[in-house]
Write a protein that binds this ligand. Structure first.
Ligand code: 3HC
Ligand code: NAI
Length: 694
């Protein structure tokens, strides 16, 4: 065995040379790895006894792609393209042995090899688009030559991986190895040598790209099919252009075009934001005072109290991953209704083809229901999702305290109430935590994990893991009104309503927020959630807000009643004269002379209060880091990921500029615009939230 670099060895097994990479955790193609591969090919070329080469990785996966931590720094030679040229240029056939996830540069490496074998679970994909870039080492030119243009477009533009073995008929892989992968790869290489098979270069294959030549409609139709989903993103269009280049240009020119389009994205703001977000999401899982090796409590069964909007959705998350879940309701009628809604949701997924009937049946079989709290006695976790009333929640937690086994996690899905007060109604506050799901709970990825004063560390660690297990992204937050997400949302909402009184119409505010990249603006969102919710809360607190109150008095509760801020033609929101009249009257009643408000002001007035609230949240220690807040906003509210999140976005503008604008708003509109001390301090030091260390 020869060490080629710190992470790459060269071994010989008879006639087969083996390049063995071991760079934990995911064999990212860092400089030492690239150099090792290059040297490995050279070593094989120099050794007459070697007739073929196997390239394989140790640990959990084949290369998971370029080393993202090297991005933004000067690239050290050799670059991946150069290395892959060497690999493809080898006259001795190179066989890639795939396991785990061969992603991005990992799949590109495999495609530069002359043959590929895989184990049955290996997945391959080009996820670069999710980082705001495109495959930059030949992936856009080689993949269409193997799987055809339409399939390649789908893989490159969605970024979603496929099972490698599903590419067997296309030659994406040449053999699926059932037993030991290394032995299988060596046997395959031996076979190649015995049969005298050549070093097949994908770059020289033309038939699949030729099939799409002179058919621009393939690309036009594809563009139309992704238009809605890719709105605002720059990378998908560049991805499509590279595949067009693969079809219309010779390989070398296509490679040059790929490089040009890659560079364009790589230096842009969007990819900076998306790369930042990749690490932000992973960072959120790390809790400074909860060691990574904290022993977890086992979660093999769950109980949910309340089978309403949230309870039903939460139950589906457990059923989807095979954890049996029992719903407990106040009445049989409410229970039947709740379970019927779940069945209907699954049936919709079946009719759309996203799951099959057998999967639906399997998931429904995980869900049971009762009105008897006694069934909760053996559950590992119980999540309460009843009406938002402190008295009721306390009563229920008192009951859980009596019924549940020792060590069970007792969670509340409250969106506004004090988790510490709820915990105090039990004799075991250390087992109590907030698990704040977002609606629709079976769809939205965010889970705010609300840590109470006494919540035990292993309850936090278990909850963070649980989030991942049910395919959510967990973010740890502290107890305050609205936690992180809704507290910042409220700050935006207040200003949106003020803008409407001062001169904008709801549709103006919504348009600006939509164009910024959100799926919808605050008023369309209020219509979707139901205006009656806020109305009842205001009534309970003895508060009023003329515009939404007037809409509610007319029975306009939003989409569900066919009208709210907008009137609805199907699901289409149409601006409505009734709303305009209410708005004009409200301005008059408030003694406000309406003025014209430009889009820039609307944007800043809506989003800067969120940044300011985020700064306060950090100061109060309710979020661990600015990037956690960004994760909340991207996964909970559809903040466009290509803008990183509110804190990253504020940094990208420059905190000094943000503060300057806020001061001018303060002079115009009052003290609510006073910049938070943290924001003020960072700005005055010429720093950003990125420099905040807690
Ligand atoms: N570069 C550097 N670090 C990486 C990495 C990469 N490509 N991929 C993962 N990591 C790190 C993570 O940051 C994490 O580090 P941490 O433990 O310090 O937080 C660690 O590896 C483990 O990652 P995950 O927590 O995500 O582990 P999972 O098992 O959940 O997932 C994975 C593994 C599916 C490989 C996932 O990490 C992933 O999707 N990685 C990114 C893949 C990707 O985007 N590749 C394309 C890169 S761009 C490229 O190749 C450009 C080329 O075209 C030129
Ligand atoms: P919902 O009104 O749809 O459902 C509540 C359910 O609880 C009803 O089915 C009711 O019959 C049941 N229930 C009431 N008392 C009960 C009892 N004693 N025992 C068992 N079941 C009982 O309410 P929704 O929207 O699901 O909200 C539930 C909780 O989730 C609230 O705390 C809410 O603040 C929170 N939440 C709601 C979100 C939303 O968008 N709807 C988002 C995030 C959190």
């Amino acid at each position: 065995m020869t060490a080629l670099t710190d992470y790459v060895n060269f071994e010989k097994r008879g006639r087969i040379g083996m390049i063995v990479v071991d760079y934990p955790p995911v064999n990212a193609l860092s400089h030492a790895v690239r150099l090792g591969i290059q040297k490995g090919i050279e070593a094989a070329a120099a050794d007459d006894a070697v007739k073929a080469v196997v390239l394989l990785c140790k640990g959990r996966t084949f290369f998971a792609g370029a080393d993202i931590t090297e991005f933004g720094k000067p690239m050290k030679d050799p670059g991946l393209r150069e290395v892959l040229e060497t690999v493809e240029g080898s006259t001795k056939p190179v066989v890639a042995a795939l396991h785990g996830t061969a992603l991005g540069g990992g799949l590109e490496t495999a495609l530069a090899c002359h043959y590929r074998v895989c184990n049955p679970t290996a997945r391959v994909g080009l996820p670069e688009v999710k980082l705001g870039i495109l495959p930059g080492a030949g992936g856009t030119q080689r993949l269409p030559r193997v799987v055809g243009v339409e399939r390649a477009l789908k893989m490159i533009v969605s970024g979603d991986p496929i099972l490698a073995k599903d590419g067997l008929s296309d030659g994406l892989v040449d053999e699926v190895v059932e037993g030991d992968l290394t032995e299988g790869a060596i046997a395959f290489a031996e076979k190649i040598v015995d049969e005298g098979r050549p070093a097949v270069k994908i770059s020289e294959r033309d038939e699949k790209v030729a099939a799409a030549r002179g058919k621009p409609e393939i690309f036009e139709n594809f563009r139309k099919s992704i238009a809605r989903k890719s709105r605002g993103f720059e990378a998908p269009e560049n991805c499509i252009k590279t595949v067009e280049a693969a079809v219309n240009m010779p390989f070398a020119e296509g490679m040059a075009e790929e490089r040009r389009l890659f560079e364009e994205l790589y230096v842009g703001q969007q990819s900076a934001a998306q790369r930042y977000f990749f690490f932000a999401e992973r960072q959120a899982a790390k809790i400074p005072d909860v060691p990574a090796d904290t022993k977890r409590r086992p979660i093999a069964s769950a109980g949910i109290i309340g089978a309403g909007t949230m309870g039903g959705g939460i139950a589906m998350n457990f059923a989807n991953v095979g954890i049996p879940v029992t719903l407990v309701e106040a009445t049989q009628e409410a229970l039947d209704r709740g379970i019927a809604v779940i069945a209907k949701n699954y049936a919709t997924s079946v009719s759309r083809g996203s799951i099959d009937q057998a999967t639906m049946d399997k998931r429904m079989a995980q869900i049971s229901g009762t009105t008897d709290y006694a069934v909760l006695a053996d559950k590992d976790i119980v999540i309460e999702a009843v009406f938002e009333e402190m008295g009721l929640k306390k009563e229920i937690f008192g009951k859980l305290d009596k019924v549940c086994k020792k060590g069970a996690i007792l969670a509340s899905n409250t969106s506004t109430l004090d988790v510490d007060e709820i915990a105090a109604s039990t004799s075991r506050p250390e087992d109590v935590i907030g698990l704040h799901f977002f609606s629709p709970a079976n769809v939205m990825r965010l889970l705010e994990i609300v840590r109470g004063k006494k919540t035990a560390k292993d309850v936090i660690a278990t909850s963070m893991d649980l989030a991942k297990a049910i395919r959510k992204v967990g973010v740890l937050v502290g107890v305050c009104d609205g936690f992180v997400g809704n507290r910042m949302l409220a700050a935006r909402g207040r200003e949106a309503e003020a803008l409407v009184l001062e001169g904008a119409m709801p549709e103006d505010v919504d348009r600006v927020i939509f164009d910024f990249g959100f799926p919808m603006g605050p008023f369309a969102m209020a219509d979707l959630a139901g205006l009656d919710v806020g109305w009842r809360i205001r009534q309970g607190k003895g508060m009023t807000s003329e515009v939404p109150d007037s809409l509610c008095e007319l029975g306009r509760f939003g989409q569900k009643t066919g009208a709210g801020y907008y009137k609805y033609e199907g699901r289409n929101a149409v601006p409505d004269q009734v709303t305009r009249d209410i708005v004009l009257k409200a301005s008059k009643n408030a003694g406000i002379e309406r003025r014209s408000i430009d889009d820039q002001e609307i944007l800043e007035r809506c989003l800067f209060p969120m940044v300011n609230e985020g700064a306060k949240i950090l100061e109060e220690g309710l979020a661990i880091r600015p990037s956690d807040i960004d994760v909340v906003w991207v996964y909970g509210y559809g903040w466009p990921v290509y803008r990183g999140g509110p804190m990253f976005w504020a940094d990208s503008i420059g905190l000094d500029k943000v503060v300057e604008r806020m001061r001018s708003f303060r002079d115009q509109f009052g003290d609510q615009w006073e910049p938070a001390p943290l924001l003020e301090r960072l700005a005055s030091e010429g720093k950003g939230f990125k420099d905040y260390k807690g």
